[in-house]
Design a binder for this molecule. Sequence first.
Ligand code: GAP
Length: 493
Amino acid sequence: MAKKEQTPENTLFRDIIAHAKEYGFVYPSSEIYEGLQAVYDYGPYGAELKKNIKELWWNTMTRFNDDIVGLDSAIFMHPDTWKASGHIESFNDPMIDNKDSKKRYRADVLLEEKAAEYENNGEQEKADALLKKTGQLLEAEDLEAVRELIIAEDIKCPISGTANWTEVRQFNLMFSTQIGSVSDGSGKIYLRPETAQGIFVNFLNVQKTARMKVPFGIAQIGKAFRNEIVARQFIFRMREFEQMEMQFFVRPGEEMEWYEKWRDARLKWHKAIGIAEEDLRLHEHEKLAHYANAAVDVEYKFPFGFKEVEGIHSRTDFDLKSHQEVSKKKLQYFDPEVGKNYIPYVVETSVGADRLFLMLFCSAFKNEETGEGDKVKTRTYLKLHPALAPVKAAILPLTKKDGLPEKGQEIYKSLKGAFNVVYEEAASIGKRYTRQDLIGTPFCIAVDHQTLEDNTVTIRHRDSTEQERMPITELESYITKATSFNRIYELLQ
Ligand code: GAP
């Protein structure tokens, strides 16, 4: 049996997953029953971090841009929605089974992984050629040729180690269920595979009720569901996940201009939340989705390679036109500036909240060596942007006596209305600092005997571990400034 190679990247990713579980960020779903593949739960710190990510995205979309409003549409939609959107017909992934291991794979992912292998070996041209060929074959829906390419590239199943492959078949990724009490199939509905369709079917409702003029956008955060064939890499590819999508409605013919604008704006956003420039790249699609005339991914360098975090797509008028045809309801906009009716074109930005979470978590995870000689120690901490960190500050009395806990509680109560702060008095101060480092708390506030005399505390900075003395009266404004979304907004100007 072929074993997964132990590379430093694999080890790093394993450490990241273990850290996420051990420190209350992400747990496998229904773990006491051995879990459910590709479904995860967020623990106390994970829930806070994810909430902050969603709030930042929502605010940057709807507050930062005067021409974007929000929406919260239902997960269940009329089944005709998915006929019109093309998901029943085309929302497929090409799958291939290994006859020996009986394991199922995505044919395109097998080829992408082979290309990544070439890239890692410095064979960039070979990698590019393989990706191009894969894109062309998938575009032409030539599944037999995809199989031949897998065999020609000598791709083997990592479990059985053989190339005993079935033919490549299309597999629809939508989950279905039943609405109401009839069981004859007439109540079959789908769990939405993208949040975008809720925006399209509400386009006119929003335009009219919020009195929006094209160009304008609608932003939404919500759950989406896909019966993914390849369910690995932790929360990278889930079967239940959250999307943050924004559909921007523009005049026909102006879509490429907006597409470029949104591509640049979104790349800037990822840098502004603290992701290193060299870990981000744009990747133009070879194979376009059934609705797009241009598409690009923002990719992040995960420990398992550069992978998509966000997609920016020019969706033409495909969706609105199709919904108009299937629903027989006009979905046109009268543009007073040009004096005519038209179906707007759409540029969408679509990012997974969970994938963003994983990107931030991987980028923040630091294992640094401190000290020298036989005093070298490894310090693990999460270097999360302070505006996104789950806990903003920890209030830590130096000892459990002499009135320090009471003073600590007083400070804790004065700050807890403004931010998520914690109070901790158990264990040594060093251990408590470490615990906060491990969950990415940017500030630790130590209450000591001097505090009782002059109402000052020490504030310890997570990244440098440096400490400074500060009057208690200045804490709230200091932490507010350091953890405010404004620090990110400033970089987006
Ligand atoms: N409305 C367009 C759309 O859904 P997509 O490229 O299929 O496009 C957009 O998905 C984003 O949603 C991806 O870039 C990714 O961040 C997230 N996403 C998609 N499938 C996912 C999955 N199975 N698990 C986690 N996130 C996923």
